[in-house]
Design a protein around this ligand. Structure first.
Ligand code: SF4
Length: 118
């Protein structure tokens, strides 16, 4: 994943509109809490540098320092990994998610119809 050399504004905008930031609940991988699964797996596969500010390590520090760390971590305007990210990926994932959502709605409707048949 190459660096795009985006400006701070571009990175903030990308992160703010990102599917994973807005819809994903985070990921725990190897004792680390990641906001973004792309960042987590890219770091794990060593295809991006180890950006320490992009995740929290569970095994280090006291509970209070973890809570304080979480606030800083959670309020970042973007992740370092975002400069490696392909923006188009967000659109693809969002479309897939929408398709899945529509499918599940249809399945639930069908189930409801089946249940109403005596
Ligand atoms: S790395 Fe990409 S997918 Fe992850 S938070 Fe940043 S923009 Fe979103």
């Amino acid at each position: 994943m190459n660096l795009h050399h985006r400006s701070e504004e571009e990175l903030d905008k990308l992160y703010k509109g990102c599917f994973f930031r807005n819809e994903y609940d985070g990921l725990v991988l190897n004792g680390e809490l990641h906001i973004c699964p792309i960042s987590a797996h890219a770091k794990d596969l060593k295809i991006i540098p180890d950006y320490k500010s992009d995740y929290l390590k569970f095994r280090e520090g006291s509970v209070s320092s973890k809570i304080e760390g979480y606030d800083v971590f959670n309020n970042q305007s973007h992740l370092q990994c975002c400069d490696h990210c392909e923006a188009v990926l967000n659109e693809i994932v969002e479309r897939t998610y929408t398709c899945m959502h529509v499918k599940y709605s249809r399945i639930n409707k069908l189930k409801a119809q089946l249940n109403s048949i005596d």
